[in-house]
Design a protein around this ligand. Structure first.
Ligand code: SF4
Ligand code: SF4
Ligand code: SF4
Ligand code: FES
Length: 947
């Protein structure tokens, strides 16, 4: 076949920036062409007064406070909107300018409540600062028409809108448009009547606003103000740290009064978020001090006994003695541990060390098992590294963006805002998803193609895209020849070209129109820099790993690897899922993805830890449950996970846990898994931690303690205590020493230290001698494994089939306001937006079943049933239903099956054959589980129970 290639390979690097020399108040300054006079003045050390302009927004030129004089030009232009010119002589201070600025300010102040002393923004108000800066001493205007009686909007749970303080600078409107990309705000009316309006002149809560808070941060007055600041007062100090929610890894200033958080402000120096945030990171931190936090260790003999509060020493001694007893009775392999993607790198490293060195086996696994384990396997096989290829900045250089099996506006909102900005600037978008996610069509963004495939057919669709690329001569021959294994390429290309992989054949399997598929393939292959972003809609399938490899094939075939703007980018779910995998949480790998049978790697740890280590891989989570039911696995240490709610086939998980003799749960709250625990160890929230999280870009970010651990011990100290009690020495004075050990033992982390992270802000691994400041874009000059591997991706339909009893396909996901099993977000005002899991169902399917919007319905599969409310919507196609798993009262996973990815056992959450019918009350399992939870004694009230 032809490999002829005449394709745009993407944007060439920009030429060196041109600079312009000018004078500001007589001082020479050189700045890049296009810089504003205001910015040039700042670089020359002159701060001009301003109200409508900020560093993070495009200049607007409305407040007229930043006026300057420019030699040879008439009038007093606004410096924020005037670009520099060569030889320009700018005057920033003169009697005329001072008078004009005072006049402008006087007009603002004449229509402003002069309540500075009692205003919540007192001391942090730009209007107040600017009035001082321009020397305003009196207001000469008599009281007249004003906005001072304008009505306060307190509808949003996190911030207020007080129009009486608004100066109509439009910063909020522009922040919502430019930074967040939601376009919820407008300036309504003209002249004196103009005012900020949310949605169709609605309260904020009723509008399209997604509560990201960008407008609040941009507002120079107290018009938009955090309720926490109003309640607590202005912060006194701040600590730079990293969000504890999703894999974007936003950097925040935790602004504090004593040990109390006043607000979380996204930091501009954060390289993942560049000063932006979503509703979770900025506002949903109240769970850290929620009354449900368990602050004393708890123990009990039997699951039906009430919990007994004990001191740390007794609890730790109990864990150690129980684990040693079990090993003495049932063998060394009868216990294991589960690390958490919510904990720091240092904490997860210690848990796997405890298991390998202390338990003497490799029975350690992580919740990445149930989300991105196929990413690790797939990308390691094809490229040589178990991680995404790019940094987030890369998207600014993309020309074609493919989003498959991900819903970034809900799951990775800050990155989604970045992506939307690039799309508004002209990049084209291809969405491959069974659901019409928001990105398909939203203000100023519209997908060029939405391939609305049937759940479970990713591999067929991806291979059909490859078919078009191969058979229409769109392969980047030079890239393939230079960078990839040619024999494997030839095998793959021959396979992809087969007629059974043609879009026309795949249309019958996937439901995607062949012509749409062909057009999408051509766009990706020929549209310039092509970047693929994917999520759990790719991995959580019986062919999850195959789909990851199919994505890698597409990127290699089109040469979309190894430079900004391209790449293969898994969007990681939890804050530290990348880090948990990096730190050796899988039963077959040490930190840095080295197999436990690798003698050289094993000897590094054996020498350092002073013990012989097991060379056979240990048990994965599903195997632990199976072995527990078989009677050979009896004890489990679970740090920061809720298996009962998050893992598939809830009944099976519950039975496995009940079969164990010592289950130890370490968490913030008594979660669902704690119903089946014998020891509960209080965990610490991200605000109480010192350590690092690694985000979806491989970026290692510092997490800094902003308040002491509320239960007295940090999570890493608890693991150390268990290890010491089991006779395994672990001596660390600070988490930085744990990272030092990671650096000593792990080649890709060899150059990482807290000193470097503090100096650079963050680094992306690999960070070592070859890349001392980290690696933003991988595989630049060649693949890490050598030559890139094309893998034949045969489509194998899942064994989970629809039929007369279960005719619909259930797929699942998350919503913006909730996070994972909801343990944190359900304990915040984010409940305002999502109080319960709902089932999306297409109008045709609903009508056939006599179901109306809001009805309670029974959702049943071959393994279980639950009940929840129906939402009738065309976001899902006929034959497909969708829900979330944020609420334990629903227990969505009681219906998901044990089918899993062939390579990694990642569960097939995204494809379950189900039936939906009007509900006649709670399902059998809901009743049974309710009784179990009752008898297994939750001592704390449930967060989602009525007050
Ligand atoms: S909170 Fe965010 S989405 Fe809502 S209006 Fe402000 S900027 Fe827009
Ligand atoms: S609400 Fe704040 S940011 Fe928006 S126009 Fe009014 S003063 Fe400016
Ligand atoms: S996008 Fe993710 S990391 Fe950033 S604030 Fe939101 S939840 Fe936190
Ligand atoms: S800051 Fe320049 S016009 Fe407002």
């Amino acid at each position: 076949m032809s490999l002829i290639h005449e394709i745009d390979h993407g944007t060439p690097p920009s030429p060196a920036e041109e600079t312009v020399a000018l004078f500001v108040d007589g001082a020479p300054v050189s700045v890049p062409a296009g810089t504003s006079v205001m910015r040039a003045a700042a670089l020359a050390g002159v701060q001009l007064p301003r109200l409508c302009s900020t560093e993070s927004l495009e200049a607007f030129g409305s407040c007229r406070l930043c006026l300057v004089e420019i030699a040879g030009r008439p009038g007093t232009p606004a410096s924020c909107t005037t670009p520099v010119a060569a030889g320009m002589a700018v005057t920033t201070q003169s009697a005329r300018l001072a008078k004009l600025r005072r006049g402008v300010m006087e007009l603002y102040i004449s229509d402003h409540p002069l309540d500075c002393l009692t205003c919540s923004a007192n001391g942090d108000c730009e209007l107040q600062d600017m009035a001082g800066a321009v020397g305003l001493r009196e207001v000469r205007y008599a009281p007249g028409a004003s906005h001072l009686d304008a009505k306060l909007d307190e509808s949003n749970p996190y911030f207020t809108y007080d129009p009486s303080k608004c100066i109509v600078c439009s910063r909020c409107v522009r922040a919502c448009a430019e930074v967040q990309g939601t376009f919820a705000l407008t300036i309504e009316g003209r002249g004196f009547a103009s005012r900020v309006s949310a949605g169709m002149a609605e309260p904020f809560l009723a509008s399209e606003c997604v509560s990201c808070g960008a407008c609040v941060q941009a507002c120079p007055t107290a018009t938009l103000m955090e309720k926490s600041v109003i309640e607590i007062g202005q912060p006194e100090h701040s600590v730079l740290t990293t969000c504890g929610y999703c894999g974007v890894g936003c950097t925040f200033e935790a602004e504090m009064r004593g040990n109390q958080v006043v607000r979380m402000t996204p930091a501009r120096q954060g390289k993942a978020n560049r000063g932006h945030s979503c509703v979770k990171g900025r506002f949903a931190w109240g769970y850290a001090t929620h009354r449900d936090r368990v602050l004393r260790p708890l123990v009990r003999e039997k699951l039906t006994d009430p919990w007994r509060e004990v001191g740390w020493d007794e609890a730790i001694a109990r864990v150690a003695s129980e684990f040693r007893r079990i090993q003495a009775s049932y063998g060394r392999g009868a216990i294991g541990g589960i690390t958490s993607s919510r904990c720091t790198n240092e904490e997860t490293y210690l848990v796997q060390k405890l298991v390998r060195a202390g338990f003497g086996n490799n029975n350690v696994d992580t919740c990445a098992r149930v989300c991105h384990s196929p990413t690790g396997y797939g990308l390691k096989t094809t490229f040589g590294t178990s991680a995404g290829t790019q940094d987030f900045d890369s998207v600014d250089h993309s020309d074609v963006i493919v989003v498959i099996g991900a819903n970034p506006t809900d799951g990775h909102p800050v990155f989604a805002s970045r992506m939307k900005r690039r799309l508004r600037a002209g990049a084209r978008l291809i969405v491959i998803d069974p659901r019409r996610i928001d990105l398909v069509r939203m203000p100023h963004v519209e997908a060029a193609h939405h391939l609305q495939l049937r759940p479970g057919t990713n591999v067929a669709v991806l291979t059909a895209l490859a078919h078009v690329i191969v058979t229409e001569g769109l392969v980047n021959e030079a890239f393939v020849r230079e960078r990839c294994d040619l024999d494997e390429f030839a095998d793959w290309a021959a396979f992809a070209a087969e007629e059974r992989n043609a879009p026309e054949a795949v249309e019958r399997i996937s439901g995607v129109p062949a012509e749409e598929l062909r057009r999408a393939a051509r766009l990706y292959a020929t549209g310039g820099n092509g970047a693929i972003y994917y999520g759990l809609g790719v991995t959580e399938h019986s062919q999850g790993t195959t789909a990851v490899m199919a994505i890698a094939n597409l990127a290699m075939a089109t040469g979309n690897i190894g430079r900004p703007g391209v790449g293969v980018n898994p969007l990681r779910g939890q804050n530290n899922v990348q880090g948990a995998c990096d730190m050796g949480s899988f039963p077959h790998e040490f930190s840095g993805y080295r197999h436990v049978s690798d003698d050289a790697a094993r000897s590094v740890f054996e020498t350092l830890w002073g013990v012989a280590l097991e060379r056979e891989p240990g048990l994965r989570i599903p195997n632990m449950i199976d072995e527990a039911l078989a009677g050979s696995f009896k004890g489990l240490y679970i740090q920061g996970e809720d298996l009962v709610q998050s893992d598939p086939d809830t009944k099976h998980v519950v039975a496995g846990l009940e079969a164990m003799e010592c289950v130890v749960v370490q968490d913030l709250f008594l979660n669902e898994t704690a119903n089946f625990a014998h020891v509960f160890l209080p965990g610490s929230s991200f605000l109480e931690k010192d350590g690092t999280f690694t985000n979806a870009e491989r970026r290692i970010n510092r997490v800094r303690r902003v308040m002491p651990p509320r239960a007295g011990l940090a999570d890493w100290e608890v693991t150390v205590a268990i290890a010491e009690a089991m006779g395994v020495p672990m001596r660390y004075a600070h988490p930085s020493e744990i990272m030092d050990e990671v650096a000593r033992t792990t080649p890709t982390f060899a150059g990482v230290s807290y000193a470097k992270l503090d100096a650079l802000g963050s680094v992306q691994w690999p960070c070592n001698e070859k890349a001392p400041e980290g690696t933003p874009v991988m595989h630049r000059d060649g693949f890490v494994r050598g030559r890139g591997r094309f893998i034949v991706t045969e489509y194998v339909p899942t064994d989970e089939r629809t039929g007369p009893r279960f005719p619909l396909l259930l797929t699942s996901g998350r919503v913006l306001s909730q996070y994972n099993v909801g343990a944190q977000t359900r304990r915040t005002a984010n409940m305002t937006w999502h109080r319960e899991d709902v089932l999306e169902i297409h109008p045709h399917d609903a009508e056939e079943r006599g179901i109306r919007e809001g009805d309670r319905v029974r959702l049943s599969s071959r393994v279980g049933a639950t009940t929840l409310c129906a939402r009738v919507t065309e976001r899902v196609a006929p034959g497909v239903v969708y829900t979330t798993f944020h609420h334990p009262l629903t227990q969505t996973n009681v219906v998901t099956t044990q089918y899993s990815d062939w390579a990694t056992n990642c569960p097939e959450y995204k494809v379950t054959a189900v039936q939906v019918a009007p509900s006649a009350g709670p399902s059998e399992w809901q009743l049974e589980y309710g009784e179990l939870a009752e008898s297994h004694g939750h001592v704390a009230r449930r967060a989602d129970a009525p007050e």
